[in-house]
Design a protein around this ligand. Structure first.
Ligand code: NAD
Ligand code: 0WE
Length: 255
């Protein structure tokens, strides 16, 4: 079989259901001939993720709560049993307390800030540290970010600084892991109606506004975001690292 990711082993973290960006990426990796392993956050998601893994012909599935360094280490140890060499990791994980994603930013709590940064940003460092043990042939790490990192988007609040920190970590990790042949990049996606997004107040109003203002006069799909992630995982992107690629129908270029 041919394909951009032929013979590559790719770990995809953050598929919770069929709408998850991570799931679209897993499907696109599979389409391009890559072998996929999935991690899921917790036991309560296992049933749903099992059905997704079955669609990929029985992809290996590993539980991994990224809040816990030991859990990340154990997950990579388990991964090594089926994928002793890893070529790519997709980190598609974010979380902040719901009460910190509304209202006045100045009311952001210390614990909300710490949790948002722990789960949504620090986890990339923990995952990269463990995964690089298996990236003995070089590899690529891809994470997901959002324009709320660099511009104020109403209600994104505490997630804004968390994504700014995530994008900065992409650059520091790229510098650190580059000599070992490991590239680190982020995809900055336009809004997509996943579970994490649909709970947001007036999310559909935001989609409507973008439809009339983005250069392409539309929103983006998870499949389009997934194709960019596949590119960054592939050898086509072999000289790209420390980069944040906007896949947002051009929204970042206009006010
Ligand atoms: P989603 O809810 O489908 O995915 C978020 C995932 O994070 C879930 O699978 C959840 O289980 C996982 N997660 C949360 N806490 C975790 C923990 N402690 N350990 C392990 N996993 C944990 O939503 P999504 O929209 O697919 O989000 C994926 C990524 O894409 C996030 O980083 C998000 O910020 C980013 N993103 C989303 C959009 C959008 O509009 N949907 C836009 C740009 C970027
Ligand atoms: O990163 C995100 C959302 C991340 C997220 C979502 C939730 C909802 C449920 C993190 N934590 C939680 N916690 C919960 O309890 N996105 C890029 C999607 C998103 O969120 C927004 C957006 C967009 C787009 C919030 C406000 C405005 C726009």
């Amino acid at each position: 079989m041919s394909g951009l990711l032929h013979d590559k082993n790719i770990l995809v973290m953050g598929a919770a259901n069929q709408r998850s960006i991570a799931w679209s990426i897993a499907e696109a990796v599979h389409r391009e001939g890559g072998r996929v392993a999935l991690t899921y956050q917790a036991e309560r998601l296992k049933g749903r993720v099992t059905r997704l893994a079955d669609e990929l012909g029985g992809a290996p599935m590993i539980e991994c709560d990224v809040a816990d360094d030991d859990a990340v280490r154990r997950a990579v140890d388990r991964l090594a049993e089926t994928m002793p060499v890893l070529h790519g990791v997709v980190h598609s994980i974010a979380w902040a307390p719901a009460e910190d994603l509304q209202g006045s930013f100045v009311e952001t709590t210390r614990t909300g800030f710490a949790q948002a940064n722990d789960i949504s940003s620090y986890s990339l460092i923990a995952v990269a540290r463990e995964a690089r043990r298996l990236m003995t042939e070089g590899g690529a790490v891809v994470t997901m970010t959002y324009a709320g990192s660099w511009r104020v988007i109403p209600n994104y609040n505490v997630m804004g600084p968390a994504k700014a920190s995530l994008e900065s970590s992409v650059r520091y990790l790229a510098a650190d892991l580059g000599p070992a042949g490991v590239r680190v990049n982020a995809v900055s996606a336009g809004p997509i109606a996943t579970v994490a997004a649909r709970t947001i107040k007036d999310f559909s109003g935001m989609l409507d506004l973008l439809e009339s203002h983005t250069p392409l006069r539309r929103n983006v799909t998870a499949d389009e975001v997934a194709d960019a992630a596949v590119f960054l995982l592939s050898d086509l992107a072999r000289a790209i690292t420390g980069e944040v690629v906007h896949v947002d129908a051009g929204a970042h270029a206009v006010t």
